[in-house]
Design a protein around this ligand. Structure first.
Ligand code: K2U
Ligand code: ZN
Length: 171
């Protein structure tokens, strides 16, 4: 089912999420809900804390045109990152309509558990590298605005507080 995406500022978006102990049917349902919510947004990534579940699970599908390639990463960790960096104008489903350039390693090697409980390892580059780092940051309570200067971050936070007040009035 489609779940509500939390909007910054929200304490649940700042928490360091706890590892998943075992792959359960509930976890599979969460992964399916995360993918459904991501596609509906639309987005190319989504992390469990963004729907209020502080567990180390993220989903991605950065394929633009062509058959979708949904990925579910449980307990992901970056095991290598390149010296080279790339800059991408990032957005976030928890910080709607705000974009800013963020510099990150251009390539990362990530290790994770898939829903079958199998350990996976893959090297990502391009938008996939940016996305997987953006999502793993979410699992550590880090948002892309944390890479910006304090003034820009504060301006964006103020805008989100205003948006939340307006949404609360509309409800
Ligand atoms: O985690 C999220 O909020 C979903 C993010 C993932 C993402 C952010 C920046 C760069 C790459 C991925 C996005 O909101 S998904 C929307 C999007 C789509 C294409 C390019 C950038 C952002
Ligand atoms: Zn995000």
């Amino acid at each position: 089912m489609i779940r509500a995406i939390l909007i910054h500022p929200d304490p649940r978006l700042k928490k360091v999420c706890e590892p998943v102990a075992e792959i359960t049917p509930e976890l599979r349902q969460l992964a399916s809900d995360l993918l459904e919510t991501m596609y509906e947004a639309p987005g190319i990534g989504l992390a469990a804390p963004q729907v209020g579940v502080t567990k180390r699970v993220l989903v991605m599908d950065c394929i633009k045109d062509g058959p979708p390639e949904p990925m579910v990463l449980v307990n992901p960790e970056v095991v290598w990152s390149s010296e080279d960096v790339s800059v991408y104008e990032e957005g976030c489903l928890s910080i709607p309509d705000q974009y800013a350039d963020v510099k990150r390693p251009a390539e990362v090697k990530v290790r994770w558990l898939d829903l079958a409980g199998q350990e996976q390892e893959r090297q990502f580059h391009g938008i996939w590298a940016t996305c997987v780092q953006h999502e793993i940051d979410h699992l550590d309570g880090k948002l892309f605005i944390d890479y910006l200067g304090p003034l820009k971050r504060q301006m964006i936070t103020r805008k989100m507080e205003k948006l939340k007040r307006e949404r609360a009035r509309a409800d």
